[in-house]
Write a protein that binds this ligand. Structure first.
Ligand code: LLP
Length: 385
């Protein structure tokens, strides 16, 4: 069994569970994204909802990337950790007055608008401040992302974005307003997308929609295709970095930009998932009627993805080279769904062995809770441990 490499001796002194971030891998990933997008009219807005740990944000901001935010507090946090306001995109179906005002006060790059009432509200608040808000219309393109239903966002049944039929009314509101400036269009069809043909379909849909805008005399300067690129959860050691080359190639091939247009990406998971690992200790090995349970000190409060989306995370016993044993790896929370994985083969475990739950850097630490009065997990970084 090939395992990841971890500083186990250093881990011995630490209280579990905790998040461990491999900063070298984060840099390698960011280097590739930078290489693939520089010298092109491409802009990255890191989706800070995936991981808003201050250290991680500082590392990503240092590359000159922008941020994609979905709450007013995310906008404030992005600003605090080094993302410039003119590179902050702000999406979300339910932006409150307070949140819109945060965007207006900071002159952010764009409000990605998800409904007609929201557009009218931004106009109203911008007028009160005597400002002009840059808006991009988030259109629901009805493109299937072929991913888990909870993280599919671009179908007409989903709550996100404006429908195609809303476009004329949206353009009318913008034309009649002295406080709204249309900069472009925005999409986000879903997350953990591994079938790149979904992005091809999105490009085709964009070109159709662009025609409609142009026919109505509106030009689109910025095209924001959202995030969604998936990672390989099955093989974190063989495939630690998503295939960014293939991903950007799809857009280069299928989305021909007009002069002066820029293409924007809101990558979250693919930037940070692989560099994070949830480290936990075995509390008990328990023999059930027909199976063995490995009860660890991390639970769904520390990483909710398996319980919420039936998500798979590769798990390793990094303290043992013992024979392989089949386990259900479970947490201590009083919920039957507090199971990380069922029927996996791990090196035989003993109390206090360290268990690594891999690819937990995205939507891991940001989704923790204190259910059962649990302590929040701490975070450590490979270069400062
Ligand atoms: N842009 C918008 C407007 C989004 O809503 C999202 C993610 C992204 C970009 C970034 O997508 P990514 O590149 O990370 O796929 N908690 C779920 C994922 C929820 C994704 C929400 N939106 C999970 O653990 O799988």
């Amino acid at each position: 069994m090939i395992k990841g490499t971890f500083p186990i001796k250093k881990f011995d002194a630490l209280e579990t569970p905790f998040y461990y971030y491999d900063i070298e891998l984060l840099h390698k990933t960011l280097d590739i994204i930078k290489k693939e997008t520089e010298n092109k009219p491409y802009h990255i807005h890191y989706a800070i909802k995936a991981n808003s740990n201050p250290r991680i944000l500082k590392e990503i901001a240092a590359y000159g990337f922008g941020a994609d935010c979905v709450s007013g507090n995310e906008v404030l946090r992005a600003l605090e950790y080094g993302f410039p306001a003119e590179k902050i995109a702000f999406a979300g179906v339910g932006k409150t007055d307070r949140e819109i005002n945060i965007g207006l006060d900071n002159d952010i790059f764009s409000f990605n608008v998800e409904s007609l009432p929201e557009l009218a509200r931004i106009d109203f608040l911008a007028k009160q401040k005597g400002k002009t808000a840059n808006v991009a219309l988030r259109i629901n393109p009805n493109v299937d992302a072929h991913t888990h239903k909870y993280i599919t966002t671009g179908l007409t049944e989903n709550k996100f974005g404006l429908n195609e039929q809303d476009i004329p009314a949206a353009l009318q509101i913008i034309t009649q307003s002295a406080h709204l400036s249309l900069i472009g269009i925005h999409f986000h069809i879903g997350s953990q997308i591994t079938d790149l043909s979904s992005f091809e379909n999105l490009c085709v849909r964009f070109l159709e929609l662009q025609q409609q805008f142009n026919e109505k005399g509106a030009t689109l300067k910025t095209i924001n295709v959202g995030g969604g690129l998936g990672i390989n959860y099955q093989h974190p050691n063989h495939c630690p970095i998503a295939d960014f080359e293939a991903y950007f190639r799809v857009f280069e091939k299928y989305l021909k930009l007009q002069d002066g247009q820029t293409l924007h990406f809101e990558l979250g998971r693919s930037v940070v998932a692989s560099c994070g690992t949830l480290i936990s200790r075995v509390i008990y090995e328990k023999q059930g009627v027909s199976k063995k349970f490995l009860i660890i000190d991390a639970g769904m409060t520390d990483l909710i993805r398996p319980a919420l989306y039936q998500a798979f995370h590769h798990i390793e016993n990094i303290s043992s080279d013992g024979g392989l044993t089949k386990y259900d790896v479970v947490g201590p929370i009083c919920e039957s769904s507090d199971v990380f994985v069922k029927d996996i083969w791990l090196n035989e475990a003993q109390r206090n062995n360290l268990i690594a739950i891999r690819s937990a850097g995205a939507y891991g630490e940001v989704m923790v809770s204190q259910y059962n009065c649990r302590e929040l997990p701490k975070s450590y970084f490979s270069d400062t441990l």
